[in-house]
Design a protein around this ligand. Structure first.
Ligand code: V3L
Length: 85
């Protein structure tokens, strides 16, 4: 069955969908009820905190963004920084 939900991180004025690999890693963590875990995103280690629904760079926690799990069809800016034309 096709996935109906996806993971998003916050941008300046909207939400970006995570790339497919990262989306699967977060969904796996979510389904196994992990509270937080680390992921490599574009060369940096980020902490995904599902208790607080945020991501932050491990080496600089001030780089914090909200995240959400929403319908795949939710309004988004694009995927992982790639704008939807
Ligand atoms: N996936 C891909 N790139 C990311 C992610 C992620 N989960 N998290 C951060 N970056 P920070 P607007 C974003 C990128 O949080 O115009 C968007 O993807 C992040 O990219 O300080 O503000 C856009 O490409 C940023 O370039 O660690 O909505 C860009 O911002 C960089 O890592 C602009 O989006 C530092 O983010």
């Amino acid at each position: 069955t096709p996935e109906r939900y996806a993971w998003f991180y916050e941008g300046r004025n909207g939400w970006w969908q995570y790339d497919e690999r990262t989306n699967h890693e977060i969904e796996d963590g979510y389904r196994s009820k992990k509270r937080s875990f680390e992921l490599l995103i574009a060369g940096y280690v980020y902490i995904i905190d599902l208790d607080n629904m945020s991501q932050m760079r491990r080496s600089d926690p001030s780089r914090r963004r909200r995240i959400k799990r929403d319908l795949l069809t939710a309004t988004k800016k694009g995927i992982a920084g790639l704008k939807i034309p």
